[in-house]
Design a protein around this ligand. Structure first.
Ligand code: CU
Length: 147
């Protein structure tokens, strides 16, 4: 009985793997997301509460980074005084996470860029606005249309 169940489960997994229509992270739960597709940040504007976990979903075949900068276009690691800036490596096809610093006031804007591709990214800069009322969501484009 257990062996049969195992066989069915394997068969389902095999069919899923051969389906070809699913993209990286197609079963992602509601959360806070930065997406990377090719040389683009398709949803570059994000609102999250302070201290939130942000998922970086890299759907491209290239490694990128999500690196905080003091101002959009600086292309240098930085951010608000007294807060350690985030700098996340995002290997091709991976989902990684980082935590937005706690203690940031609502309305604080954290800018980010990709250290590898700087102004080649489209847009070159994304932003994270601290918003204690921000809701989690399933990222558009992961499950279908949206960007
Ligand atoms: Cu990049």
């Amino acid at each position: 009985m257990h062996a049969r169940s195992m066989f069915v489960a394997l068969a389902v997994l095999t069919l899923t793997a051969c389906g070809g229509s699913s993209s990286t992270g197609s079963n992602l739960p509601p959360g806070y997301y930065i997406l990377i597709s090719g040389l683009a940040f398709p949803a570059a504007t994000l609102r999250v509460p302070a201290g939130a976990t942000v998922h970086v979903v890299n759907q491209s075949t290239m490694a990128h980074t999500v690196t905080e900068e003091a101002a959009a276009g600086d292309f240098t690691l930085g951010g608000p005084a007294g807060v350690t800036p985030f700098n996340v490596a995002s290997p091709a096809g991976s989902t990684t996470t980082f935590t937005v610093p706690t203690g940031l006031a609502d309305g604080t804007v954290l800018h980010y860029f990709c250290q590898t591709h700087t102004s080649t990214m489209s847009p070159a800069n994304g932003s994270i606005t601290v918003d204690s009322g921000a809701r989690t969501y399933v990222p558009p484009g992961v499950g279908g249309a949206g960007y």
